[in-house]
Design a protein around this ligand. Sequence first.
Ligand code: ZN
Length: 327
Amino acid sequence: MREPDGPVLAVDIGGTKIIIAIITADGRIMAEERQPTLVVEGVQAVIGRLFSGIDNLLEQNNLRPTQLRGISLAVAGPIDSSRGLVTVSPNMPDWHDVLLRDMVGERCGVDAFLVNDASAAALGEHRFGAGRGVNNLVLLTLGTGIGGGIVIDGKLYLGACGSAGEPGHMVIDVNGPECGCGRRGCLEALASGTAVARDAVLRLRQGEKSSLVEMVGGKMEDITAEKVGEAARKGDALAQGVISRAGTYLGVGLANLVNIFNPEMIVLGGGMVNLGELLLGPARQVALAQSFPISARAVRIVTAELGERAGIYGATAYAFDSDRRLA
Ligand SMILES: [Zn+2]
C-alpha cells in the first residue's frame, strides 16, 4: 500500500494557513502549496479543502498516493498520537476529538501520521535545520503562545499519550499572571508575545511614559510584541524593560529545561526571536547562570533555521521515523 522510500506528503495545519508539501527522505521539497485555513468555516470545510489541496498537489506532480511513504500531518494542540486524534486545538476552537489521521489515511488510501506542530518543529530542526548532528535538543517556539518539542537520543519524545513537550506551561511563578490554560504564572503567561504586549499596556495604564502611545495613536489595543520591539530598538526605556523582563523569565524556563534534560542544544524559534538580543541576551544569561554548571557548559542556545517550514520538515521526519518508533 505504501512506498517505504517514497516521498512524504507533509501538511502543517495552522490557525491562519495550511502548508502542503511533497518532501523526499533527504529533505528536498518537490512541491509546496499554501492556502488559508479559514477556521471560521468549520471542521468539515477545512478538511474538505485539505483533501482537495492534497489531490491537486499529487496530480500536478504526477504522483499517486501509493507512491508516497505516507501523508504526515502537523497540527497545533494536544494530539493523542496512539489514536491519531486532535483532542483540542487552540487555533481552531471547534476542533474536538477529530480522528484526523484515520480520516486522511482512509480517504487517500495511504499510511497517515499525526503529530503536534511544535513537536514536529523540534524534529524538523533536529533532522534538517539548526540541530543537525545533535542527539539531544529542546525546541521552543516563542510566538503569541509558547510551544515546544523534545528530541532525546535522536528521537522525538512524546510521553505516555503524545502530549509531552509543553514548556510554555511549566509554572515559573505560582502567583503570576493568568495563563491561557487557566493556571497562573506559566512561562507562556510571562514570556510570550501576548505577555510582552500585556505588560507594556499595564505599565502605560499605571501612568508610565513611552513612545509606544504615540506609535499606536493612543490605541492601547493596537500594542503588540512587535511594536514593543520596534520601540525598544529606538531606545524606549519602558519597551526595553518589558522585553528584558520577558527574557529573564524565559531564561528561568530555559534553566529548568537545561537541568532536566542536559541537552546539547536549545533551539528558539517563532516570531519573538526577531526581538533579537533584547530578549535573547537576558534569556541566555539567566539560563546559564541558573542551571548546573556542568549542564550549562554543554548547552548551546541557538535560533531556529527552518522558519515556517519547520512543521512540514518535522512531519516528514516523523513519517520516516515511524518504523523505528514502532520497533
Ligand atoms: Zn499555562
